[in-house]
Ligand binder design. Sequence first.
Ligand SMILES: Cc1cc2nc3c(=O)[nH]c(=O)nc-3n(C[C@H](O)[C@H](O)[C@H](O)COP(=O)(O)OP(=O)(O)OC[C@H]3O[C@@H](n4cnc5c(N)ncnc54)[C@H](O)[C@@H]3O)c2cc1C
Ligand code: SF4
Length: 536
Amino acid sequence: MTRDIPAAEAIVSGRALATGFDVECDVAIVGSGAGGAVCAALLAEAGHRVVVLEEGPHVRPDEYQTWTPSMSVRRLFREAGLLTAMGVGDTPMISITLGRAVGGSSLLTGGVCFRIPSDVHHTWVRDLGLGELSEAALGPAYEEVERRMRVREVPPQMRSRSTEKFLQGAEALGIEMRPIRRNTGLDCEGNARCNFTCPAGAKRSVDVSYLPSATAHGARIVSDALVTDVIVSNGRAAGVEGHLLGGDDAARSHAFRVRARHVIAACGTLHTPLLLFRTGLGLRSGELGNHVTLHPAVRVVARFDEPIVGWDGALQSVYSDQFHSDGIKLVGVYSAPNVLAAGMPGVGPEFRRRVRSLPYCATFGAMIHDEGGGTVRASPGREPLLWYSMAPRDLSRLRKSMTILAEMAFAAGAREVYTSVLGAPPITDMDKARALERLNIDARRIECMAFHPLGSARAANDPRRGVVNQWGETFELPGLYVADGSILPTSIGVNSQVPIMSMAARIAWKLGERIAHEKAVATRTRGRALRRRVAD
Ligand SMILES: Cc1cc2nc3c(=O)[nH]c(=O)nc-3n(C[C@H](O)[C@H](O)[C@H](O)COP(=O)(O)OP(=O)(O)OC[C@H]3O[C@@H](n4cnc5c(N)ncnc54)[C@H](O)[C@@H]3O)c2cc1C
Ligand code: SF4
C-alpha cells in the first residue's frame, strides 16, 4: 500500500493501479452518483480535501456516447439490469435498474426533472416534524441543482409522434397534460435513448455537470474501488476501507484506506444500508433497510394504422397529474425499440408480425406514488436482497393505470393495445380493458419496473424513527452522513434525481461550514500552542 493515490489523473481507474493506497482527506465519499457527485463538487469548491470512491468503472462521455444500448447495459447497469424486488404476497415481480459507474444512475436517467411536490413537503413538515425539509428550506438547493443541470421545459417540436398520440388521447378524454422539464439544456437531438446514455452529449448527468468541477477543485476520484467498511475510532467515523476491483490479474485485490473525520455514504438506496449494517448501525432504531419505496411503473404499447416511429423525438416530454389524488402519474415515454420488441406478446409468426409493426407503435406509461413496503438486507454475495410487499391500494392503482392508458390509446385511434400483463392477449376495445382490470389477475403476471428506490435510511427528527437527522448525519455515529436516495423520508411520487441532488446539496453546504469551523478552531488552537511555546 502506498501513502498516496498513485496516478496523475484526477479520476483514477482502480483497475489500472498496481498497488492500494492509504491517504488522508477531510471527507471520504462513497459512491459517485447523483448524491455523491453533488457533495464532492460542493465540498471541493468550498476548499475541502475530498476523495470519492466508486465501485463501478469510469467511462468517459466520448466513449459511452458511441456505445450501443447493449454495451451500456453490460458495462454501466448494475448486474446488467437484472436486479429484481421479490414480490411478497399479492405483489408483482418488479425489475429494478441502477447505474454502477462513475456518475451512478445519473448516467441512465430519462433526463426528467421534478422538484418534490408541495404536498409531500407539507406532509414531511406537518406529520413527520421535519421542519428543515420544507419546500422553502430546499429552495436554494433546487435552484443550484437545476442551474448546473440546465433544466428546461422540453419544447413542443421535440415531441415524438408517440407523445403526440399520448396528447391526442388525453385531449379526447379531457385529461390535462403539462410539459416535462429535463436536464438537457437546449441540446437534445431527440434520439430517445437516454436510458443507455446520451449519444449527443446533451444530458447533464453528474459526470458532466458536477464531477468535473469537483476534480478541478482538487477532489480525487477512484473508480473500481469497493468500500467495504467505515472505520470507527473514538466513537466517530474516521474513514473508510475497501479494495480495488479487477485488473489484469483478477485474483489481485489491493486494499485501500482513506482516513477522514467525515464520511458520506452515497451508495444509493439499495447499497448504503449494506455499508451501514457492516458498520453495526441500524440496530438502535431498527429502521435501517426498511420502508423502501419504489414508484412501481407500467407501460402499454399501442398499435396504430399510421406510422409513429416513436424513437424520433425526446424520450419523455409530457406528463399528467390528473390522477394525482389516486397516486397515479401519467407519462409519455418511449422505450428503445429493441427493449419494446423483447416485450411484444406472442410467439413464432405472430410475434414476428408484431415486431414488424413496431414503427406503428406508441408507448404510454404510468407511475405509482407508492406507500412503501420494501426491505433491503445483506445477502451472502455483493448484491442486496430486496423484497417488496405492495399495498393493496397500490396494486389497484397499478391496474387502474393500465385501464386509463388503454383508454387514452383507443381515444387516439389505436387498433390494438398490449398491456403489461404477461400472457394476456392484445386488447382491442375498452370493454376488454375494463374486463381485464375487473379480473384481478394474479399480480405476479404484471410486468412492472422501478427506477427510483428510496427511503432505506430515512431522515427523521427522532432516532427511534429513522437513521439520519435532517442534515443527513447518522444518529448512531457522529461524522457519518448519508446523502443519497435512502434518506428520503417517504415516497415522493416524482422522479428522484433533483430531489436527491438537492437534499445532498444542503448536506454538503452544512458539512462544508462545519469543517471550515473545525479547521478554524484547530488553527486557533495550534496558534495558541505555538505562542505559548515561544513565550516559554
Ligand atoms: C434507467 C433509469 C432511468 C431513470 N430516469 C430518471 C429520470 O428521468 N429522472 C429522475 O429524476 N430520475 C431518474 N432515475 C433515478 C435517478 O437516476 C436516481 O434516483 C439517482 O441517480 C439516485 O442517486 P443516488 O445518489 O441515490 O444513487 P446512484 O446515482 O445510483 O449512485 C450510487 C453509486 O454508488 C456506487 N456504490 C454503491 N455501493 C458502493 C460501495 N460500497 N463502494 C463504492 N461505490 C459504491 C454505485 O456503483 C453507484 O455508482 C432513473 C434511474 C434509472 C436507473
Ligand atoms: S433524447 Fe436523445 S439526445 Fe435527447 S437527451 Fe435523450 S439520448 Fe440525448
